[in-house]
Every structure is written in structure tokens, then in C-alpha cells.
Design a protein around this ligand. Structure first.
Ligand SMILES: *Cc1c(COP(=O)(O)O)cnc(C)c1O
Length: 381
């Protein structure tokens, strides 16, 4: 029987016994290690080559979490995303992407795809019947996010994997919002899973890191390009990330529960007009999301009857959540995506995809649900 994710988070990838019998794997901060004769350049132990003992230890832990043959830690989520796309797409290639992407990913494609000679077609990841129309003879990859920001839409990820396999594409899933506690894309047949480890995996809002996981062969290809692009993760950040991962399951289970309870409270409140949370039966993706997600995550968004002024008063009136972007930490955060994550888009473009100026996004932390709801109830008054 394979162990549960709670156990994997603690014991997965651990080296036993650790160096000197250590229970906590130490930080090897050194940039370089002695090289035996005949070592291939890409196998030299050097921090930029992501091959030093603390990095290797973290890679084992991350691979265990996603049920992957191999994993690679990167200097940020964007380093994982850009190195992966630059590995699998060449000049003249075409990629199919989900129609709502993390702002940085969208900006990367908008600004660099033309100069790299890539073409991009966006599809609705919840509508498999529309995907075949997007295929071209040079389509190489299908890129989606498990749960999208900030409307919490959930694509049909197992169908994305099957479609990609059928048409010879690499399927790439940014699993940041779900975390491996709620969904493991590789088990659903996807080829590559990406994370901004800055969010749930680390969980303490104190480092920036990314992850690429998948088969040994595909991850080796990404690592080879990352060695040249230079976006490796420093050993100290690698150590902190492994430390954060040990409590991942506990944190995310609480964050799932807090978001579900807060969504239910908000949906029943007279000042709230909309709540977006895939765990609730009214959400457009609930029926298919529940077939493969074991939890719906700690993120939700809402709108108030009073529009932007009411949204501002709520954010200012809350005592527990910080008014800040980013997500996935132990402390709750609240923000208006129109001012933060989606500030780069025009109002028309935002409204076309449902990101209105008054939309409020909440990243639930691990506080007590009772206290969070009481804080919202008070601030909504
Ligand atoms: C934050 C985020 C990223 C980018 O990660 P960084 O660590 O900030 O580079 C990518 N995808 C998603 C879904 C994110 O939330």
C-alpha cells in the first residue's frame, strides 16, 4: 500500500540515516564539490547545475510528493515555467494553453512568444469538444492550470492528459493552486507538473522557488536547459523549502476546510452577490472537479453588492487577513486582482474574462475558521 500524502510530506525522499545520523537533512551551502575524473559537465556537483546534496535531497522530496520519477527545484515559479516552455518549444512551434493563466505566464507568452517564433492558441480547459479545432501540424504542447486565478475555474485535466497523449503533445500542468495534497497531475496521466513553490509548498511566505516534476527523461531535458539559463535554487532556500514541505498536508487540509467554511458563510450573506469556490455545488466546474480533486484548495473570490467602495471597505476593515497579493502562506491574505495580479490587463480585457474591478480574492491561511468568519462578519457590517 502506498503511504498517504500526509506521510509522504514528512518521510518522502528522506535520506535515512541522514549524514552523521541527522534527522534533519543539513544545508550544504558550498557551491562546488571535488570532481572525480571523467565526470560529465552536467553531473559536476555545482549549485547552478542543481546537483549538490541539499538540492538532490529536495528533488527526492518533491518527486515523492507529486509521485514523479524526478523533480527539479528552480529559483522561482517563473523560472520553472520559462525553462519548461523553452525546453519543449522551438521556433515555429505552436502551443495550446488554457484561456486563464497566471499573469506572469500570460505576460511571458505575450511578450516573448512572437520573438521566439511560437504561436499560441487559448482554449477553455473545461470544454474538450473545442480543443481539436486548435490543433495545427506544429502543435507541441498543451499547457493548463489545475485551478485558475482568480475565478477558481477547474479544467478537465484528465481529459487534457488523454488529448495530449493522443495527439503527441507534452501536457504541462501548473498545479500551484491545488498543491499535490488535492491533486497529482502525473497520476492523471499528465507529462509535466509545475509549481510556484513560493505558495503552498513552502507555505510561509518567506522564499521564492519553483518545481518541475515528471519522468526522469523529461525532467533531465528541462534541467539541461536550466543549467544554461541559470535559474537554479540556492541551497539555503532549498533547505527551507524542504522544511516547509514537511507540514504541507496539515496546512493544506486546514486551508481547504477554511476556504470551504468561509465560502459557505459568504454565500449566505446578504451583502455578497458572488462566491467563486469549486468546492460548492453552484460553481460551474464543481461536477467534474469533484471527480479528480480530493480537496478544492484554500483560494476563493467574491463580489459585494456595494461594488468597489464596499470591496475597499471590507479589505480595510478586516483584522486578520493582510491586504496583499501572493497566496498559500499560513496567514490569510486578501486582494483585489484588478489592482494586483491582473493590473497589467486593460479593464475591457479583464471584464471579458470576468475579472471585474470589484472582485476580491482571499487566500485562506491556517487560522481558525471560526475566527476568520467572525472577522468577515464584523467587517461586512
Ligand atoms: C505565483 C505563481 C506563479 C509564479 O511563481 P513565482 O514563484 O512568483 O515565480 C506561477 N503560477 C501560479 C499559478 C502562481 O500562483
Amino acid at each position: 500500500m502506498s503511504p498517504n500524502i500526509d506521510t509522504v510530506a514528512v518521510h518522502g525522499g528522506e535520506v535515512r540515516p541522514g549524514p552523521e545520523g541527522s534527522v534533519v537533512h543539513p544545508i550544504y551551502q558550498g557551491t562546488v564539490f571535488a570532481v572525480p575524473a571523467g565526470t560529465d559537465y552536467h553531473d559536476i556537483k555545482y549549485l547552478r547545475l542543481s546537483s549538490t546534496p541539499t538540492q538532490n535531497y529536495l528533488h527526492g522530496k518533491l518527486a515523492a510528493l507529486e509521485g514523479a520519477e524526478a523533480a527539479l527545484a528552480t529559483a522561482s515559479g517563473m523560472a520553472a515555467i520559462s525553462a519548461t516552455l523553452l525546453t519543449f518549444l522551438k521556433t515555429g512551434d505552436h502551443i495550446i494553453v488554457g484561456d486563464t493563466l497566471y499573469g506572469g505566464t500570460q505576460d511571458f507568452l505575450d511578450h516573448h512568444a512572437p520573438e521566439l517564433g511560437w504561436t499560441v492558441t487559448a482554449v477553455d480547459p473545461a470544454k474538450p469538444e473545442t480543443w481539436a479545432d486548435a490543433l495545427t501540424p506544429t502543435t507541441r504542447a498543451f499547457y493548463v492550470e489545475t485551478i485558475t486565478n482568480p475565478l477558481m475555474r477547474v479544467g478537465r485535466i484528465p481529459e487534457v492528459a488523454a488529448f495530449a497523449r493522443e495527439h503527441g503533445l507534452v501536457s504541462i500542468v501548473d498545479n500551484t493552486f491545488a498543491s499535490p495534497v488535492n491533486f497529482r497531475p502525473l497520476e492523471a496521466g499528465c507529462d509535466i507538473v509545475l509549481h510556484s513553490a513560493t505558495k503552498y509548498l513552502n507555505g510561509h511566505s518567506d522564499l521564492v522557488a519553483g518545481v518541475v516534476a515528471g519522468s526522469a527523461e523529461l525532467v533531465a531535458r528541462v534541467r539541461h536547459s536550466l543549467n544554461h539559463y541559470g535559474g537554479s535554487l540556492d541551497a539555503h532556500a532549498a533547505y527551507l523549502l524542504a522544511r516547509g514541505v514537511k507540514t504541507l498536508a496539515l496546512r493544506v487540509e486546514r486551508q481547504n476546510a477554511n476556504a470551504a467554511a468561509l465560502a459557505e458563510f459568504l454565500a449566505g450573506h446578504e451583502s455578497v452577490t458572488t462566491v467563486n469556490y469549486a468546492g460548492q455545488s453552484w460553481h460551474p466546474d464543481h461536477e467534474h472537479a469533484r471527480t479528480f480533486l480530493s480537496g478544492f484548495g484554500g483560494m476563493l473570490s467574491l463580489r459585494l453588492a456595494g461594488g468597489v467602495p464596499a470591496a475597499e471597505r471590507l479589505i480595510e476593515g478586516l483584522e486578520l487577513p493582510y491586504g496583499a497579493p501572493s497566496l498559500g502562506g499560513v496567514e490569510s491574505l486578501i486582494t483585489r486582482p484588478a489592482l494586483t495580479s491582473h493590473a497589467g490587463m486593460t479593464r475591457e480585457a479583464r471584464e471579458a474574462v470576468g475579472i471585474t474591478d470589484d472582485l476580491i480574492r482571499v487566500s485562506c491561511g491556517i487560522e481558525s475558521a471560526e475566527d476568520l468568519i467572525a472577522d468577515f462578519a464584523r467587517a461586512l457590517k
